[in-house]
Ligand binder design. Structure first.
Ligand code: NCD
Length: 308
């Protein structure tokens, strides 16, 4: 029996089983010809994109995915131009906009916002980033990238370096990886270490190591996932100043890496991966953005149950 996603919300990657995740990745593979030729499978469907926080990739790749499948898109990328500016609360906004379309893609600075929206909405809600909490569709495209570039997820060693405290993509990725036989190395200076509540959820399902330095583990890694400092989430600017520039990946850093190591990054990047790395065989972060469209096409076609 194939997993069904019909009319389902995607709020946390923890709501998906290993079988369901694997199925989404398999469907993403089948989206490539549809992307090239164009498709009409979502003709007549309307995607509502509500972005209360800055975004380039997530919003545009969802919108691109919807257009590629023949559907259409409405929404706002700037809450100042919507009634949010007049003080409308999220629950009211959701109860109104659900009448205008068939699926809601929501990005919001508050943790729990996507879950709340899903409780009020009668149409599916997809979490496109909820504060520092989760970003499940990014994790799906990250898993897709790993599987596509390395041919497998089981049996690999993944290093994650960066802002593990405020980065939502790393939370969702860690939860997602916990479904597989993966060794996870978390590399972050003390103030940026992964939150205990996140570690608690995965520690019995996956091997977790916290090496001091990237060089201690780099030669063993199959994947190195880098994230930027989430500056906008720091309430204390002096705390941000203290951690700024504490990690950086350059071509030099990668001397001891395996040939087959892939470097991933959800983007946007600041200075944590230098431009010389872009030219190396390891860099996959721009590929990742391409895979994002395929993955989001898969998610949308599964929610609308147009795959058979
Ligand atoms: C990420 C996000 O919004 O959490 N961006 C993205 O969706 N690719 C990462 C980030 O902002 O650092």
């Amino acid at each position: 029996l194939r997993p069904s996603f019909r009319d389902r919300d995607i709020i946390s990657i923890n709501d998906l089983s290993r079988e369901e995740i694997t199925y989404i990745l398999e469907i993403a593979d089948t989206m490539e010809p549809l992307l090239r030729r164009g498709s009409e499978i979502l003709r007549g469907k309307v995607l509502i994109s509500l972005f209360y926080e800055a975004s380039t990739r997530t919003r545009l790749s969802f919108e691109s995915a919807m257009h590629r499948l023949g559907g259409s898109v409405i929404g706002f990328a700037e809450s100042r131009t919507s009634s949010v500016e007049k003080g409308e609360n999220l629950a009211d906004t959701i109860r109104v906009v659900e009448n205008y379309g068939d699926v809601i893609i929501l990005r919001h600075p508050m943790e729990g916002a996507a879950r709340l929206a899903a409780e009020f909405a009668n149409i599916p809600v997809v979490n496109a980033g909820s504060g520092a909490e989760e970003h499940p569709t990014q994790a799906l495209l990250d898993l897709y990238t790993i599987r596509r570039e390395l041919g497998r997820i089981d049996g690999i060693k993944v290093g994650i370096i960066g802002d593990l405290r405020y980065g939502r993509t790393v939370n969702s990725l860690a939860y997602g990886l916990a479904n597989f036989d993966v060794c996870l190395h978390l590399i972050a200076p003390e103030p940026l270490k992964m939150r205990r509540e996140v570690l608690e959820r995965i520690k019995d399902r996956i091997t977790i190591k916290e090496p001091e330095k990237i060089q201690d583990i780099l030669p063993d890694l199959d994947v190195l996932y880098v994230t930027r400092l989430q500056k906008e989430r720091y309430v204390d600017p002096s705390e941000y100043e203290r951690v700024k520039g504490t990690y950086k990946i350059t071509e030099e850093t990668l001397r001891s890496a395996k040939n087959s190591l892939i470097i991933m990054h959800p983007l946007p990047r600041r200075d944590e991966v230098t431009f010389d790395v872009d030219l190396s065989r390891h860099a996959k972060y721009f590929k990742q953005t391409q895979y994002g469209v395929l993955t989001r096409m898969a998610i949308l076609s599964l929610i609308f149950d147009t795959i058979n």
